[in-house]
Design a protein around this ligand. Structure first.
Ligand code: NAD
Ligand code: DAU
Length: 379
């Protein structure tokens, strides 16, 4: 079949990547979608079981830091667009093991950029119709002040705005905010963003970078706050809240992020940056209370049953106080906005984890790592 586009999506076996792969495979049957993933601890092909047999889908197990392999995959599949999500993504792990983050996020991104550059420059049409789209994070901007700790009504409204939409400060990250990363994770993502822009500025490669806030939803690895706590509430285990739970994050439902990626991939301006966020700030402790309420309600536990699970523990080293994204540029230029109210998204998410206990249990038991071992070899 002659495909209209031939897209390489990296990190497609992870949380956000699996939603992006699913969206593209289903929405664009005339595109070839190549999902390239090293299947690290965070990669799980069970996330894609519903589309793995689609005729326009291919999976390649490979490490993005392997330059020669990236050259082969891009040439073999005649790739004309890259959507790059593969990364080490967990801040706590980066504090314990920064080298792995530099290797994958910095050197891996560089290898992928270089392989795409060489292939595209070797083609008669060069960079025409090509795009290297790099998915990054709001954490590169550092931390914002928490100037209104009681919360004020957010200055931003969306169609999906919840009644009690709050902001915990008066400043927000915009596309021109200064980079000021604090954790080894965000430092590695900042470095990769700079490399992507350097490949545009130096070689003329068509690139786009987006910086998104915290995602939540199905298929998130249960080391991250929301899935970890849902699972612990279900198993009546302690909920380790760092410090006093006063840190603020700006939450976006993962499918809204995937929709933004689709829109920007097709209509974004080359060499530009877009911030993506939910206009939806929450203190960690308030999220934890919402999760307790929602899980207890669904499981039929009496009100307050799981409150005693909240356990305040030592703070994360260098813990950023507040993230808050101003994504009005994306709203105004491309017409994107979040589609889901947070309360709706959280209820949907909690139900998904409770309905898919086997998916979670396979991860917590380590069983998922055996899942595709025979097919793709040991990790
Ligand atoms: P994830 O940890 O769930 O998934 C990462 C995927 O990358 C996994 O499938 C893993 O196997 C793969 N991978 C890791 N190292 C690799 C390597 N060397 N070669 C090939 N594949 C490799 O991450 P996520 O939460 O889905 O995040 C995806 C991307 O989005 C990351 O770049 C992250 O920085 C960014 N991001 C995440 C969030 C969030 O809230 N989760 C928010 C903004 C941006
Ligand atoms: O902002 C975007 C970023 O969001 C992404 O770039 C990262 O890849 C993603 O992991 C996420 O980073 P966070 O550090 O914000 O997410 P995490 O779920 O690890 O933590 C959310 C908040 O909850 C944070 O303030 C730390 C706190 N926390 C987390 C865990 C795992 C706890 O209090 N206890 C916990 O056990």
């Amino acid at each position: 079949m002659k495909y209209k586009r031939r897209i390489l999506i990296t990190g497609g076996a992870g949380f956000i990547g699996s939603h992006v792969v699913r969206l593209f495979v289903n929405k664009y049957p005339d595109y070839l979608i190549v999902n390239l993933d090293a299947l690290t601890y965070a990669g799980n092909l069970a996330n894609l079981i519903d589309i793995e047999k689609a005729p326009n889908y291919r999976f390649v197990k490979a490490d993005i830091a392997d330059l020669q392999r990236m050259r082969e995959v891009i040439a073999d599949n005649n790739i004309d667009g890259v959507i790059h999500l593969a990364a080490e993504s967990h801040v706590d792990r980066s504090i314990r093991d920064p080298f792995t983050f530099a290797r994958t996020n910095v050197m891996g991104t560089l290898a992928l950029l270089q392989a795409a550059k060489e292939y595209w420059e070797s083609r008669p049409e060069k960079y025409d119709g090509k795009l290297f789209y790099h998915i990054s994070t709001d954490e590169v901007y550092g931390a914002l002040e928490l100037t209104t700790p009681e919360g004020i009504e957010s200055p931003f409204r969306t169609k999906a705005s919840a009644e009690k939409q709050h902001a915990y400060g008066t400043d927000f990250f915009v596309e021109t905010s200064k980079y000021n990363p604090h954790s080894p994770y965000s430092a590695s993502k900042a470095s990769s963003d700079h490399f992507v822009r350097a490949y545009h500025d130096t070689y003329g490669m068509p690139t786009i970078v987006t910086n998104c806030s915290n995602n939540y939803g199905p298929y998130q690895f249960p080391e991250k706050l929301i899935p970890l706590f849902i699972n612990n509430i279900r198993n009546h285990k302690p909920l380790p809240v760092y410090c006093k739970g006063e840190n603020v994050r700006d939450w976006l439902f993962v499918e809204d992020h995937a929709r933004a990626i689709d829109l920007i991939f097709h209509q974004g301006k080359v060499a530009d940056t877009y911030n993506i966020g939910g206009f939806n700030e929450w203190k960690n402790i308030d999220i934890v209370k919402v999760l307790i309420r929602t899980v207890d309600k669904i499981l039929g536990n009496p009100e307050g049953y799981s409150d005693s699970l909240i356990t305040f523990v030592s703070d994360r080293a260098g813990h950023d106080l507040r993230y808050a994204i101003d994504s009005r540029k994306l709203q105004q230029e491309l017409g994107w906005e979040p589609s889901l109210q947070f309360e709706e998204g959280i209820e949907k998410t909690v139900r998904w984890y409770l309905d898919n206990q086997e998916w979670v249990d396979n991860i917590t038991s380590g069983e998922y790592e055996n899942y595709y071992k025979e097919m793709y070899g040991n990790k």
